[in-house]
Design a protein around this ligand. Structure first.
Ligand SMILES: NC(=O)c1ccc[n+]([C@@H]2O[C@H](COP(=O)([O-])OP(=O)(O)OC[C@H]3O[C@@H](n4cnc5c(N)ncnc54)[C@H](OP(=O)(O)O)[C@@H]3O)[C@@H](O)[C@H]2O)c1
Length: 301
């Protein structure tokens, strides 16, 4: 199987290079080799490599900045995806793509299923939803994985920020009324590879399973709960950092000013993923513990 990957320098894209490698030959593209703002470059990459599967991990993910760059966000998150989808349909190949909890408005009291009505609150969520719709309307064979609160050893993310601040600050204020599932890029990549393996081996999977799937760790917490858990984990491995979880104070979203509005409830139901692909997401704490241990070891903390 020939796999073409876009976004190989991102959190998920980086992990995908390892997870997808055993499935066939992989061509990994980053922004320098294929810029998603350049439709000709995207088309040429697909034409030149002639893959059996395209995996798109590239996205405009700067949620606040998107409010002042809506056209750029739309080009990368929607128009480039539409182009990939039309190419995939024309060539009769699979397209695997990622979307977000931010397609929802967060008003639901329960957990969101794939059939719940989207209602994005910000430009990032709106453009990601446009990408989903374009992909579905193309009628190509596709899997869209909606995930949330992604972190990894690579890139900037909440885990890395808290670990850095733990060495710089004595106290912090963190939002406590947004709830979701912190999800490891490593888990997302491994689950993607499992799904791709299943669909590429046809049988009961084949084209029947195309559609949207929620792919997150299980359980949920707030950003405040996530920060406290991280600090407790770090403290259990080493006491060199100043900041302790008891000095992290909960604040409301209303008190924390940001350019983009964010949903309060980001909890996604992953039952469809389990029923379809036999994937049982681990509790969110599982991969957090692994990453904290890895980063502490790496930095000699
Ligand atoms: N991060 C989250 O918390 C989160 C939450 C929910 C859903 N998701 C979704 O999950 C997927 C993976 O996210 P991630 O966390 O891995 O994001 P990420 O770390 O920000 O990676 C995105 C990648 O896309 C690349 N990219 C941006 N603009 C591009 C362009 N014009 N041409 C080519 N590449 C471009 C970036 O390149 P550079 O490295 O050069 O900047 C980066 O490597 C995305 O679809 C995202 O929407 C993420």
């Amino acid at each position: 199987m020939k796999i073409l990957l876009f976004g190989s320098n991102g959190q998920v894209g980086w992990e995908l290079q390892r997870s997808l490698a055993p499935l066939g030959s992989l061509q990994a593209c980053n922004r320098q080799t294929v810029d998603l703002e350049n439709p000709r470059a995207v088309r040429a990459a697909i034409h030149d490599y002639s893959p059996d599967v395209v995996v798109n991990a590239a996205a405009y993910t700067a949620v606040d900045k998107a409010e002042s760059e809506p056209d750029k966000a739309e080009t990368i998150n929607a128009k480039a995806v539409e182009l990939m989808a039309n190419e995939a349909k024309r060539r009769n190949i699979w397209l695997l793509h990622y979307s977000t909890d931010y397609v929802f408005d967060g008003e639901k009291s329960g957990i969101y299923s794939e059939t719940d009505k989207p209602g994005p609150l910000n430009t990032y969520g709106r453009t990601k939803l446009q990408g989903e719709i374009a992909l579905q309307e193309s009628r190509c064979s596709h899997l869209i994985f909606r995930t949330s609160w992604v972190y990894s050893a690579r890139g900037s993310n909440f885990v890395k920020t808290i670990m850095r601040l733990a060495g710089e600050k004595d106290r912090l204020e963190i939002v406590a009324d947004q709830v979701g599932a912190p999800t490891s890029a490593e888990f997302i990549a491994d689950a993607t590879a499992t799904c791709l393996y299943r669909v590429s081996h046809g049988g009961e999977f084949g084209g029947q399973v195309a559609g949207v799937f929620h792919l997150t760790a299980s359980g949920s917490t707030s950003w405040h709960g996530f920060a406290c858990y991280l600090l407790d984990q770090m403290h259990s491995l080493s006491n060199k950092r100043r900041l302790r979880s008891q000095n992290v104070h909960p604040v409301s979203t209303a008190r924390y000013r940001s350019a983009a509005k964010r949903p309060l409830n980001s909890r996604l139901d992953t039952q469809k993923l389990t029923d379809t692909f036999g994937i049982y997401p681990p509790p969110w704490q599982f991969h957090v513990q692994r990453l904290v241990a890895e980063l502490c070891l790496r930095e000699g903390i």
